[in-house]
Design a protein around this ligand. Sequence first.
Ligand code: ADP
Ligand code: MG
Length: 152
Amino acid sequence: MKIKNTYSAEETELLGYELGLLLKDERKVVILLDGELGAGKTTFTKGIAKGIGITQIVNSPTFTIMKKYLSADRMKTMYHLDLYRLDHVGNDFDLEEYIDGLGIIVVEWPFKVEEFLPTDYLLVKIEKISDTERKFIMQCEGIPCKRAVQFI
Ligand SMILES: Nc1ncnc2c1ncn2[C@@H]1O[C@H](COP(=O)(O)OP(=O)(O)O)[C@@H](O)[C@H]1O
Ligand SMILES: [Mg+2]
């Protein structure tokens, strides 16, 4: 487990960028972002995208559930899911239905589908300490994120 605090949105984006750099050569990593509205999940995701070489602007996919981004060299993919508006998943939510290849998969509001989450993931809990301070608690389950959490 690794704990980091940030003191501005820019610092949160930078932390995401460093994580993206550390993960960009992994074949597949699922990153679960847990935290209330305004915690900084999307800000952190923007940084991850930059770290893996994505130059497109990353916006919250609130109305589409999933947005897919390719790096400028088309070698890396980031899938960004926001499950905030997902209501009735019943018993058939399948993350793989949204993912058509390998890459970095970032999920906001992952506990909406708690029983359907994969066994390997990087859980990032973001706690709002004040208007500008955030606490990031990073916990890796499985192999793909081990090195990143060690070195970040
Ligand atoms: N340390 C910080 N890290 C991230 N965001 C911060 C921080 N301090 C203030 N903010 C503000 O909090 C908001 C975070 O929004 P966003 O990333 O969309 O959150 P979420 O996706 O979790 O709802 C932004 O308005 C940002 O400017
Ligand atoms: Mg968001």
